[in-house]
Design a protein around this ligand. Sequence first.
Ligand code: FES
Ligand SMILES: [Fe+2]
Length: 374
Amino acid sequence: MPFATTTESGAPIQGPTATLIYDDWYPALRTDTLRPGKLATAILLDIPLVLGRRSDGRVFAMRDSCPHRGIPLSYGWYDGNRVTCRYHGWEFEPCSGRCELIPSLTSHDHLDATRIFATAFPCEERDGHAWVYIPSPGSGKKGPAGREVPHPRPVPELTKFGPRYRSAFLTADLPCNVDHGIIGLMDPAHGPFVHQAWWWRSRASIREKTKRFEPIPEGFRMSAHAPSGNSAPYKLLGVYGQPIETTIDFTLPNRRTEVIRCGDKWFSSLTTITPVTSSTCRIDVIAAWNVFYHVPLVTPIAKFFGARFVRQDQITMIQQAEGLRHNPSLMLIDDADKPAKWYFALKQTRLDSAAGETAAKHPIDGPVELHWRS
Ligand code: FES
Ligand SMILES: [Fe+2]
């Protein structure tokens, strides 16, 4: 992929780190990259992972490290049922991580191989993502019922309003930490500057906006409203001649969902900013829609414009990362950066409650209006 998250000499761009939120689901990779009998790798929250699909269809994610002597399991062999380490041939069942065979054992040994486990993480497939549940470090290592890590949170899923829809997916690596990725995602004031294009909007289209927000569990909602009249794609949706309503939610740890409805036509997207390491992140966008269902070429056209849009954000963040390397002091201003302030407050509440401290109250008391020009 043509993503320049390195300097011109090829060195990775390293920015300041962010505190990570554990005990939640993050997308590791697209499941269409999982080939039968092959292993794939990914990094989530600084953890190297090896992923694959079992011959019964289930997807799995293990720590990419053999519990014997630490060689990455991804260098080994995989037959669709067991992952075999390439160093001493220990064999693991990949969903549980349980060791099924240690080839060096003889009848003189009393070691029960099946009491040994590689670290396996809960892994579920939704909307073509392999979602992996990352428990906080040191938790869930030896559950009484085998190796199952408890994961009380539901697996994230794109909202759909019917069985017939088109869909698209986009991804881009961002060279900044997850906090900068997320506040960039919810930043309303960059649109007319970063996303200037004849088909979207220009600087001249800036005008004052008033948006209503309300608290939702672990997040906030930009309440249903008629979307910006000054952006072309929304004007296009107006062809159906019915009122258009948009709802945008942000929820921890990293999710923005947007739903646009116009009569029985709808567009829905789920955007996540996932910490790859504590100083880098990745944006993934999945979208589905039934608008223009019968119009040919809508999916490639949507992907083309979506990719341009994400690329504009990505280029800006690559430039920002250049500045952040020098650890400048930064500011968040009202009202345009208010959502970013809420994000930091929500995140702090989550980190405090994970640390066993009494949960602070939601940073938003009730419905509130914000004003900005964009
Ligand atoms: S390091 Fe994996 S079996 Fe020895
Ligand atoms: Fe943007």
